[in-house]
Design a protein around this ligand. Sequence first.
Ligand code: MN
Length: 159
Amino acid sequence: MPLKEYKKKRDFGATPEPGPEAKDTAGRDYVIQKHQATNLHFDLRLEDEGVLKSWAVTKEPPVEPGVKRLAVHVEDHPYSYKDFEGEIPEGQYGAGTVEIWDKGTYRALLEGEPDATTAEAIERGALKFELDGERLKGRYVLYHFDKNGKNWFFFKMKS
Ligand code: MN
């Protein structure tokens, strides 16, 4: 039940967000949604195993190397969430405005670990990937720096 936490937090009779259905084929889409909730943040979502692995990036994602952003790992979202834009009503989880800030495809960089999967890299706390989006292009890293918490760094690699 990969979307259990997503489902638990939401009342689908009250929010226009997609329901908790996983997608059954693999692919490599990503999206970044600008979410004006209590605090403005940018939700980075990478498609893997039928769902969107998700991080809330606390400031605008970097287009150049040299800037590290805090990215808080949050619950998996359904694949169809990648197209969601709209208003989450007052009183609902994440109330506020969601708009797509960037979208495209990504490729996990698992060189040297030919049998590894994206999910395993995330589980181990370090994922390198290449983005081919409208705003973000090039090689990026998500790095889990507090092993007992949900805090990761998100930054662009120098080359
Ligand atoms: Mn959010």
